[in-house]
Design a binder for this molecule. Structure first.
Ligand code: 2NL
Length: 336
């Protein structure tokens, strides 16, 4: 009995820091040649077998409980030390790429942001007034036939915007002047989809309204933009043009970057590429939006994104931009 009391104390005091010493404990006390088995073997030599049986049974339970406790304490540790190698590099996170249309749009935006323009956005589903009427395009004006428009079937007053000018119209209606905004977005025209044209595409428009804004401001701002965007070595020219919402109006060309002005297929042998349209905001547009055209003047401009993106990245089919083919998309850098 004295021996068993000493064994109990030894078991209670035992501690194990790893799986190996837990296993040693099991072999010593509970194994087939362990001390519990040994003590049971003594049964034949004792007189009070019932009492001795109870004592051994209790002792075996103490050893078993201690073994379970040691096992649960060390298992947690062993998982950390043996199953996770903390020196391994972490799993890499797959990095996406930016869409070429976004890259192009962001480059344009950041040039104008440096001149103090703020980004503004607006709805792609618009009412007729904000898309056409406010822009000096009254009902039955022939200019409305120039663009084939998607109308909402349930309400023919609603349409998919044909340009992002609705953003500027809504900004002018707010009545907070001066206004200096750059307006990127998707626009829609009911055109047959082909390699050259699509029924939706992207635009950036800009608007600057304040007292004393002049055509010289327009010219110098867009000159700066073209040099920043296409390089200081390109030649730039302004051509008179017509838009119902600006007067006077002008389009801007740069010397063809492919043939350096000599004439090629891309510039249709002219040596020039058209990059944007612009003009002084028509007084009717200002008054339609509650701005006094006798006090304020302004200029506006608009440019498409797809065509310059095709040129810059050497892409030959506009449909690739909206097919979401990862083999196409992952070719563009994730910068900007
Ligand atoms: C082009 C030409 C242009 C505008 C857009 C504009 C907007 C308002 C008032 C006056 Cl709210 N004008 N926008 C002006 C001139 C040209 O776009 O070729 N776009 C792709």
């Amino acid at each position: 009995m004295k021996q068993i009391e000493e064994f109990k104390k030894e078991i209670t005091d035992y501690s194990a820091s790893d799986e190996k010493s837990v296993e040693e404990f099991r072999i010593k006390w509970l194994g087939t040649k362990g001390l519990v088995k040994n003590l049971m073997g003594e049964m034949k030599n004792v007189s009070d077998k019932k009492f001795y049986g109870q004592v051994i049974n209790e002792f075996r339970q103490i050893a078993e409980a201690k073994y379970q406790e040691l096992k649960s304490l060390t298992t947690h540790d062993s998982q950390l030390t043996t199953q996770i190698d903390l020196t391994l590099p972490g799993d890499s996170i797959p990095v996406g790429t930016r869409h070429p249309i976004s890259l192009m749009t962001n480059r344009i935006i950041s040039i104008f942001q440096r001149l103090g323009f703020a980004v503004a956005e607006g709805p792609e589903i618009e009412d007729d007034w904000h898309n056409f009427t406010a822009l000096n395009l009254p009902e039955h004006h022939p200019a409305r036939d120039m663009q084939d428009t998607f109308y909402v079937q349930q309400n023919p007053d609603w349409l998919l915007r044909t340009h992002t000018s609705n953003i500027q119209i809504r900004e002018m209606q707010k009545g907070k002047l001066p206004i200096r905004i750059i307006c990127p977005g998707r626009v829609y025209r009911n055109e047959t989809v082909s390699a050259r044209s699509h029924c939706f595409f992207h635009q950036v428009e800009g608007l600057y309204i304040d007292e004393n804004v002049s055509f010289a401001d327009l010219k110098q701002t867009l000159y700066f933009f073209a040099k920043e965007m296409y390089g200081s070595d390109v030649k730039i020219r302004f051509r008179p043009s017509y838009f119902p919402f600006t007067e006077p109006s002008a389009e801007m060309d740069i010397s063809c970057m492919l043939c350096k002005g000599a004439g090629c297929n891309v510039c249709k042998k002219t040596g020039w590429l058209e990059i944007l349209g612009s003009g002084m905001v028509h007084p009717n547009v200002l008054s339609n939006c509650g701005i006094d055209p006798n006090k304020y003047t302004g200029f506006a401009f608009g440019m498409g994104i797809e065509r310059p993106a095709l040129l810059k990245y050497g892409i030959n089919d506009i449909r690739l931009f909206s097919e979401n083919d990862v083999r196409f998309l992952k070719q563009f850098t994730s910068a900007v």
